[in-house]
Design a protein around this ligand. Structure first.
Ligand SMILES: Cc1ncc(COP(=O)(O)O)c(C=O)c1O
Length: 363
């Protein structure tokens, strides 16, 4: 489609064009209801079908057995930082966390505020979060209720490529790599993902939860913050973000039916990120500070030799229709996000631009 830019924002970011087209074509009259999906009551069969089918698709694509439920909540990743410890532990309980930077630290701060015995059992701050701790060397405390980790670190561009092998249940913040690749969910008690990055529209948060873990949840949780409420009420306990869930559903259909599932998605994501990392590593003007084994397939961070060159690069990229390449405000530098909706063609165009920029600056 003409006049659309290449969008590399870290989220909200690019949406698949076929999804935008479907949403557009159904916008005024969803499924012959004579109404926009935005006008439908959340109590209609249409909305409940969208919710239920979204959950079923996530279960299929993530190989989730019936031990798991998928629910859709509001409040973003930030509310999950609180709901996870509230539902999966009691005051005073041991809970273990891995500190891999910005979002992991927000999760730690939130959980600590609830009076748990929280320990950071592995961290990457010693090398400025340019790596993730080796999964094989992670040791949890006995009796800890769970281990929390952020699988993809959106801000610093690192990613766990495997879950650690630990004897306690894992809770994974997969906000920025959810459904971007195939995973084995068996070590997990809970996986959550805010939107909008790979799936969804902001306003909806997907939570995958192992039902048996909730048998020990505290009895005095506020109803709204209790996972069991949302499981029982099929994510329709109170007014859900219907339109956000609908767009998420269209994205799930796109991944499953158009792309061919998460394995196929993963292949494309590796192709895109490998092309970019290979180019950066071969070009002296650009430097990726992240250790090779820990590099994120979703968020590629890199630096140029000076701040003024970085500013020029970001400005000229923008003028060339390549938007969202500035680093996180706490980090500076550059960051290119390659979520599911970002095409290989977008990455090729970016690399072409970077190549021309490098030649021009003659560095
Ligand atoms: C990995 C990760 N976790 C959590 C969050 C926070 O989500 P929210 O802004 O929806 O609270 C983000 C936001 O970008 C994120 O990247």
């Amino acid at each position: 489609m003409k006049d659309r830019v290449y969008n590399f924002y870290a989220g909200p970011g690019a949406l698949p064009l076929p999804v935008l087209e479907r949403v557009h074509s159904e916008f005024f009259n969803y499924n012959n209801t004579g109404m926009s999906v935005m006008e439908l009551s959340h109590r209609t069969d249409e909305i409940q079908h969208i919710i239920d089918d979204s959950g079923a698709r996530i279960k299929r694509m993530m190989n989730l057995s019936d031990e798991f439920e998928v629910i859709f909540l509001q409040g973003g990743g930030s509310l999950q930082f609180l709901m996870v410890p509230m539902n999966l532990s009691h005051p005073g309980d041991k809970i273990d966390y891995i500190d891999t930077g910005y979002w992991a630290e927000k999760a730690i701060k939130a959980a600590k505020s609830l009076g748990r015995d929280l320990e950071i059992i592995a961290a990457s701050g010693d090398r400025n979060h340019t790596y993730v701790p080796n999964s094989d060397s992670i040791q949890t405390r006995s009796e800890a209720k769970y281990l929390h980790l952020c699988t993809n670190n959106t801000v610093v561009g690192t990613q766990f490529h495997n879950f650690p092998k630990v004897p306690i249940p894992i809770v994974a913040d997969m906000s920025s790599d959810f459904l971007s690749k195939a995973i084995d969910p068996s070590p997990c008690a809970c996986i959550y993902a805010h939107a909008q990055k790979n799936v969804g529209l902001s306003g909806v948060t997907a939570v995958v939860i192992r039902k048996s873990i909730l048998e020990n949840s505290p009895d005095d949780l506020p109803e709204l913050l209790d996972y069991r409420t949302h499981i029982e009420r099929k994510s329709n306990y109170h007014t859900p973000p219907c339109f956000s869930i609908y767009v998420m559903w269209q994205i799930l259909r796109w991944i499953e039916e158009d792309i061919g599932g998460v394995e196929a998605m993963e292949k494309i994501n590796w192709q895109k990120s490998s092309a970019l990392y290979d180019f950066i590593d071969a070009t002296p003007l650009f430097d990726c500070p992240v250790e090779v084994e820990s590099r994120s397939r979703m968020n590629v961070v890199f630096r140029l030799p000076t701040k003024s060159l970085e500013e020029q690069f970001i400005q000229e990229a923008f003028e060339s229709g390549l938007v969202g390449v500035a680093g996180h405000r706490t980090q500076g530098g550059c960051r290119v996000s390659l979520y599911n909706a970002v095409t290989l063609d977008a990455v090729k165009n970016l690399i072409e631009f970077m190549d021309k920029f490098a030649q021009k600056t003659n560095y």
